[in-house]
Design a protein around this ligand. Structure first.
Ligand code: V0V
Ligand code: CO
Length: 150
């Protein structure tokens, strides 16, 4: 059976200064900002840099994340690790279903009910200690075939 996880939606990268890091990615790699927003609940200011469209109708992005609060997950992680790759996000058309399946395999999800992610998506996370040291995010874009609004 094909995986219900149909794309790498994004790679989340923690940084101290979003504007400076966006400029580095533009000047060094030529990646442009596709979308920016503040997610108060997650305690981040973020920029999505679109890399490519994907075969499921969605797209792959880099997600640059700057903490807006000292008690946010990103600030706490950077205090320990510095800047760098923080999480990998897989895209799916059914975040509730796929999360339940994975939880059924003995991997903890972080939320009982999915929360709001970038560009109106719904998201959950898998605990890194249950997933070989990788914080995995599960993302369902705004409409179920993967097209995100911006
Ligand atoms: C923590 N650990 C990690 C990790 N964060 N391992 C791999 N990758 C990470 N990113 C390890 C850490 O080294 C510890 O291992 C252990 O997990 C417990 O970590 P902790 O430092 O004590 O921190 P906790 O337990 O307070 O918090 C860790 C979790 C937290 C993962 C539960 O960061 C969380 O709730 N994350 C989900 C929300 C999030 O990350 N939001 C920011 C992105 P040892 O030392 O015990 O071995 S928001 C986003 O992506 C959005 C909005 C979007 O995409 O749309
Ligand atoms: Co993310």
């Amino acid at each position: 059976m094909p995986s219900p996880l149909t794309r790498i939606d994004h790679i989340g990268i923690a940084c101290h200064d979003l504007d400076e890091t966006v400029e580095f990615y533009r000047a060094t790699y030529g990646f442009e900002v596709f979308h920016t927003e503040v997610n108060e609940e997650q305690g981040v200011r973020e920029a999505m840099l679109k890399i490519n469209d994907t075969g499921d109708g969605g797209a792959s992005y880099l997600q640059l994340l700057e903490p807006i609060r000292e008690d946010s997950a990103i600030a706490k992680w950077m205090a320990k690790n510095g800047e760098g790759v923080h999480h990998v996000a897989f895209g799916t058309a059914d975040v509730v279903g796929v999360t339940a399946d994975i939880v059924g395999k003995g991997v903890r999800s972080l939320y009982e009910v999915p929360r709001r992610g970038s560009m109106g998506s719904t998201i959950n996370f898998l605990h890194p200690k249950d997933a070989h040291g990788v914080l995995v995010e599960l993302v369902q874009a705004t409409d179920s075939d993967g097209h995100a609004e911006h």
